[in-house]
Ligand binder design. Sequence first.
Ligand SMILES: [Zn+2]
Length: 256
Amino acid sequence: MTTATLIDSHCHLDFESFDNDREQVIQRAKDNHILDIVIPGTEKVFWERINKLCTKYKQLHPCYGLHPYWVNNHDKQDVDSLSKYIENTLPVAIGECGLDFRDQQADKKTQLYFFEAQLEIANNHQLPVVIHSVKATETAILSIKKFKDLKGMIHSYSGSIEQARQLIDLGFFISVCGSVTYDNAKTIKSVVKEIPLTSLLLETDSPDQADKKNMNKRNEPAYLINTLDAISKLRDTSQTMIAQQTTKNAKGLFKI
Ligand SMILES: [Zn+2]
């Protein structure tokens, strides 16, 4: 257990599943030294609730974007709305956006349209981008390469070590969640062992993806310490050192 502060780099604290106890969830995060939390956007209709939440709690930091999982709910005009919305609301990043090729709930072309439109907004506004990529990392890398100087993070990383190296060369951070605590998570464990600490971020992806100890429960930021513990053991590096460097990485990327 460390007393160094941590940042949850990706947490959907605006979701309804926190409506009954959000205050306590934020307090438990604080009690476990998680002082800053980055809230990614998912759909246009929810940007305002993120804005309100982050205005109320200074340790919460907003992102606005159009998530690929709900691509059928997005309208092409939402891209213009996003450009306008961020002018007054000052997010720490654009996203989450990306590609999810798991079950082809929306065609790849539509997903790519929204993804690259948001990369362009991030690039134009010199904001980092929060990328969701599931079974699509090769394609995501090709899209990223179209934009010079684009920076960001791949949240809940699930690609290979070779792809992680390419992304790091492109200036991206590899963000790791509770999935790394599971025994069968061989690929992410090897990625976590091999990448430089200066390219690593920690996240919970709450309310989803709880770690092994909290399997099948609603995830929350306080559980970030279990991911920290797993990474500390995998890398044979102290929790304090990992906490300090990943906090520095997140502060640098999001300018918080
Ligand atoms: Zn997410």
